[in-house]
Ligand binder design. Structure first.
Ligand SMILES: [Zn+2]
Length: 398
């Protein structure tokens, strides 16, 4: 486990470095082999809501101009990677008692990866109203794996993960709407083409540094994106109706950009107030600006990294939760809002919480690929072998 954590830290550092130097990197050629249509320049007359929106800094509706203070401020709190008994407890404490101004429960988004995930806890998060989204089965062996991946590979990683979440956590596949690529490594058109073919609604893997003040709103890939390409190759084809939920960067204490909170190289000192003030500064760029959705993207491991990280994070959430026009909601609800933007209350009604039954099974399974044993909690019944890419339901001991 320690080895894993160290490795992750290194990856995050590598990711930061890529982000810091990203603007110098040329946009690489896309590696799509498919005859996709090249995206043309976007104009508002050709691209209109609810299913098309040009990239850029425009407000969700022209009528909102000058009325930014009436736009509801949406906040998405997202966590990547495995859900386990330790971080599940933190998630419970983090969201405890948080209710949005429309009396709906505050919720977050979990980009779940398969290995070491406790599917009964995924089921619990799902029933609490959080969004369960995709982060792949294998998580890959590094950025090369994802940068070079073709459409079929990406479809296998995410499509088979949908089957796993359905089978082991009893998440309805209609509720699985989005994905985040490991290491935020997109593969040109391929990632988005795969996501579109899997009938997903949005991707949230693409960071922007250039469009953080004012911040970038989500948009569709019908037409050419103006977003800066930090971790290329970025898509150049038209992928109609598919949404990009850009990861608007935070700024650390030295002015460096970070796509994820835990990737900031120079965070403030480990002190509740310093951390809280820093979060507030980043938030204010949105709240006192154009009100584009504010993303709080991280891994739960960050709570272990500093003694006061968790307390500061919770303090920040309690603070913003008192504001009358701030909503802690899921990434897919943000896209829903983008399709039907309003001033004031963002949603007509609260999302219905799914009701499922999950009888916990603790399964000891052999991982065929390596011969190791894995313990895996699932709903209702154990697979035969440890599920993996190519055998997502763990049915056959091949
Ligand atoms: Zn990850």
């Amino acid at each position: 486990m320690f080895h894993r954590v160290t490795f992750r830290s290194l990856l995050l550092l590598a990711l930061c470095a890529a982000l810091v130097h990203g603007e110098e990197k040329p946009i690489e050629e896309t590696n799509s082999s498919l005859p996709l249509k090249k995206a043309e320049r976007c104009t508002v007359d050709k691209c209109q809501l609810p299913n098309c929106r040009c990239s850029g800094l425009r407000l969700p509706s022209a009528e909102f101009q000058g009325r930014e203070k009436e736009i509801p401020q949406l906040i998405t709190i997202t966590f990547d990677d495995a859900v386990n008994v330790i971080n599940y407890e933190q998630y419970q404490q983090l969201f405890q008692g948080l209710v949005n101004p429309d009396n709906c429960t505050a919720s977050g988004t979990f980009y779940v990866s398969h290995e070491y995930t406790d599917y009964t806890l995924v089921n619990a998060l799902y029933q609490q109203g959080h969004e369960i989204a995709l982060h792949s089965i294998t998580h890959g062996s590094g950025t090369d794996y994802w940068r070079e991946a073709d459409v079929e590979q990406i479809m296998a990683e995410f499509g088979q993960q949908i089957e796993m979440l359905e089978q082991f956590a009893k998440v309805n596949r209609r509720h699985i709407r989005g994905m985040r690529l490991p290491f935020l490594q997109i593969a040109g058109n391929n990632s988005f083409e795969a996501a579109k073919r899997l009938d997903l609604l949005y991707d949230s893997s693409w960071p922007t540094q250039r469009y953080r003040n004012p911040a970038m709103w989500p948009y569709t890939l019908d037409y050419r994106s103006v977003q800066d390409c930090q971790i290329g190759p970025c898509p150049q084809a038209s992928i109609p109706g598919f949404w990009v939920n850009p990861m608007v960067s935070w700024v650390d204490t030295q002015g460096y950009s970070c796509a994820m909170i835990d990737a900031c190289i120079f965070p403030p000192k480990d002190d509740v107030d310093a951390l809280f003030q820093w979060m507030l500064e980043n938030f204010k760029r949105h709240y006192e600006g154009n009100r584009a959705p504010f993303g709080m993207y991280l891994h739960a491991a960050w709570f272990q990294r500093g003694r006061h990280n968790f307390e500061a994070f919770r303090k920040f959430l309690l603070h913003v939760n008192k504001l009358p026009d701030v909503y802690l909601t899921t990434a897919s609800r943000v896209i829903h809002y983008m399709k039907h933007p309003t001033l004031g209350r963002p949603f007509h009604s609260c999302p219905k919480k799914p009701r499922t039954t999950c009888v916990k099974q603790n399964c000891a399974l052999r991982k065929v690929e390596t011969g190791e044993m894995r313990y895996m909690n699932v709903c209702d019944s154990c697979p035969t072998v440890y599920p993996w890419l190519g055998n997502p339901l763990g049915t056959t001991a091949y």
